[in-house]
Design a protein around this ligand. Sequence first.
Ligand code: G4P
Length: 524
Amino acid sequence: MSFTEEISRRKTFAIIAHPDAGKTTLTEKLLLFGGAIQTAGAVKSNKIKKSTVSDFMEIERQRGISVSTSVMGFDYRDLQINILDTPGHEDFAEDTYRTLTAVDSAIVVVDVANGVEKQTEKLTKVCRMRDTPIIFFVNKMDREGKDAFDLLDEIEQKLSVRVCPLSWPIGMGSRFKGVYNLYAKSLVLFNPHGTQDEGDLIIFEDLADPDLEKYIGETPARELRTEVEMVETVYPEFSREEYANGNICPVFFGSAVNNFGVKEMLDCFVEIAPPPLPRITEERVVLPEEEKFSGFIFKIFANMDPRHRDRIAFLRICSGKFERNKNYRHIRLGREMKFPNPTAFMASRKTLLDEAFPGDVVGLYDSGNFKIGDTLTEGEILHFKGIPSFSPEQFRYVENADPLKQKQFAKGLDQLMDEGVAQMFIRQSDGRRIIGTVGALQFDVIQHRLESEYNAKCRYEPVSLHKAAWVHGSAADMKEFLERRKRDIGKDKDDNWVFLAETGWVLQTVQEAFPNIEFRFTSE
Ligand code: G4P
């Protein structure tokens, strides 16, 4: 197979959802279709279930699962599909944001009864920032939920997207008869008592055909005809180009747990979802077809086995061919590295790989050389854009609680920050470390992991902080700003200047007082 054929047969995407919408169930069905797993229940949920065991145990369980499900690759109809998993818990949202920088498209699962929920909104927004093509899967049609038109209105309004239904539900809950596949012009009948099979699929070009009544009954047939007519007038016609540009989002309806409507979506997905896309770097746009290899690290897992200080860094390949044992340049460290044991992730099975192509994710064993966002190339200096740190929402001072373990404490904190567990700022006026996180759970994660992996203890103290903003400006402006706001200045782990605003009011007045200073709320 030629290099360009290898690229065009890859589809790398993420499934995102608010917890409980059915992401795990849908992932599992996709893997079953791909023959990557044989039985249902093989994909473990990465949800943190607080009620069952203690939080720490949950965190460990979740980390264990996260490694094996981080990337699930499988073959389907001559294609190589790579599903990138995203954590379910909202406190780990930042991890999800970073994963979304490594995909070329996304499937968003929406629960028909709950509609657009908080995490759906947050995560879709991140996709929209990058114009990532999105397909919606409205799940749980076997249950009563919102009216399909109302739900699509809600999606359009809350998520600022334009939708284009490619399947249409026939009833819902106990009256659910199936879907009409507008893309393939076929009727797919729902069998609530068993597995769906080929006999339930009827090619149905013309809805005016009186046979429709025979299959779904009189009232549903009448309703379906009227609704499909409305769909055709209200929503834009599907266009691949508009989807690829992120301008319209196809919608499918189904029931993941009943394996219904999933295959229709998958078959459409493999046809329309984009192959590996160009990536933007600070220097230039990198095309997947370029001969020379380049890629970036978007995720790191450390210390899965406490006896070995092993880390796995996840590399997304952006251009060229990656080869085992070949020398590549680690741009930030400015030195050559080679990888004797790179791994491929084929649906919870790790295998050694000799070569990998754009769109693939490779696991690199690492002894502490990588940070999130690091670039590997064949020599060219490139910095991939779009691996942002977001301004954290919760802050605490962190102190070493065991004076004999100062070294372990500092090293542990450093490595956990490299992994992207949270962000750390050093306040310049007093040198104190401040941890900033997206959710409260990360504070427990840090404390627990420092103890179990680094044999170090930490203590938190409250700090009154509202926001951290990265600040930029000309040398003269920055000098004056740093001098005058000395008390509120910190540095992040990469030595960037950060303004630590005590309150929203302080932030606003300082922004007004220093119009030449730019305040950024992501580090991108
Ligand atoms: P998540 O990864 O998005 O958090 O959701 P997950 O797939 O774990 O699904 C959440 C719950 O919703 C599960 O039930 C799952 O069985 C159920 N579910 C998924 N798809 C459908 C569907 O199409 N129809 C209906 N009625 N339910 C669906 P659970 O009771 O929380 O867990 P379990 O014990 O069934 O695994």
